[in-house]
Design a protein around this ligand. Structure first.
Ligand SMILES: Cc1ncc(C[n+]2csc(CCOP(=O)(O)OP(=O)(O)O)c2C)c(N)n1
Length: 327
């Protein structure tokens, strides 16, 4: 399915915003202002930005953990300021700054990425079943990494979604790593989407560095599921050009992957740069248009940080214990 110029510009705007905010998170954690740890998105955010671009507000979706789902949230039009405030331990946070990064946005039917990787698969089946039974017309967007597909519940979900022809998009953001394990070491076969035909589910593999290819796949997958034809799988092939997370203890200082290879990916596979070149080449935008979009995105971190800083941090102990139900 072809994208309109307007849709391409929206995808481009959001990949620039997502990558800018990802770097903001990295600055926050490196300067001790972000509580906990952060899973850098880097050059792997194009699939995330496309995932929610063609959903309706009432469609349930699950972000993937990478980049803490910010790119998924932007794609759905969520205001991410309270989410940043939550990360910074501020009262203005989604949960008054008392938690971590597993936040839900019920108004958008966007549910928190679970700390339990793969937990969304059975829940997607539940949402899909309800949508079909109640004839709501909703589509469920089940985002995950490749890691979840090594779990039994992902396979049960694929089977049930197919048997009952549920309106679910299985959106796999495959960076070929799960934490410190390479996909090739834990997964038989070359492609996660090779599972789909076995379950009778149509599937598509796309270049995860190409935000427009990801967008076209999202458009097609959502239209398929919405039309009552059952589930659809999209595998977006991307890379992780840094270690799994920042902020967790690494006493041994071990690097699990080749730093030179990762630096080359960061340099050569930047989806925002690739998309900008395409927009200019195809006459969809001028250099000045691109610069304007980049300048607007560059201002966002300041606005978000000002919002967070206006809100008090570190509540008194009496207030903190009010949120503790058992100890
Ligand atoms: C059930 C479960 N097993 C293990 C973990 C530890 N863990 C956290 S993130 C992660 C990697 C997940 O890989 P993938 O879904 O491919 O996402 P990626 O980090 O590569 O973006 C793992 C194994 C967990 N959180 N939950």
């Amino acid at each position: 399915m072809a994208l309109s110029n307007e849709q391409k510009l929206a995808l481009f705007t959001n990949i620039v915003r997502a990558m800018t905010l990802d770097q903001m998170m990295m600055r926050l954690i490196r300067t001790g202002r972000l509580v906990g740890f952060y899973h850098e998105g880097g050059v792997a955010l194009a699939p995330s930005v496309a995932s929610g671009a063609f959903l309706r507000k009432s469609d349930p979706s699950w972000p993937h953990l990478r980049g803490h789902g910010v790119a998924h949230m932007l794609s759905r039009g969520v205001d991410v300021k309270p989410y940043f405030a939550e990360h910074m331990g501020r009262e203005a946070g989604c949960c008054k700054g008392r938690t971590s990064f597993h936040m839900s946005f019920p108004e958008f039917h966007m549910w928190g990425a679970s700390g339990n990787i793969g937990a969304n698969f059975p829940l997607s089946v539940g949402f899909g079943f309800a949508a079909k039974r109640k004839e709501t017309g909703q589509v469920v967007m089940n985002c995950s990494g490749d890691g979840s597909y090594a779990e039994g519940r992902a396979h049960e979900a694929l089977l049930m979604a197919s048997l009952w022809a549920l309106p679910i998009v299985f959106w796999c953001e495959n960076n070929q790593m799960s934490q410190h394990s390479a996909l090739a070491d834990v997964f038989p076969g070359v492609r996660v989407s090779a599972l789909a035909p076995g379950y009778g589910i149509p599937a598509k593999v796309v270049d995860g560095q190409d935000v427009f290819a990801c967008g076209e796949a999202a458009l097609e997958a959502v239209a398929h599921a919405r039309s009552g034809k059952g589930p659809y799988m999209v595998e977006c092939l991307t890379v992780r050009c840094h270690e799994h997370s920042v902020g967790s203890v690494n006493k041994a200082g071990v690097m699990f992957r080749d730093p030179e290879q990762m630096a080359a990916w960061c340099r050569d596979l930047d989806p925002a740069k690739l998309a900008a070149a395409r927009l200019i080449e195809d006459g969809v935008a001028t250099e000045a248009d691109i610069a304007e979009i980049q300048a607007r995105a560059a201002k966002e971190p300041e606005e978000i940080e000002a919002f967070c800083n206006r809100s008090p941090a570190t509540p008194p102990i009496e207030d903190l214990v009010k949120a503790v139900y058992a100890a």
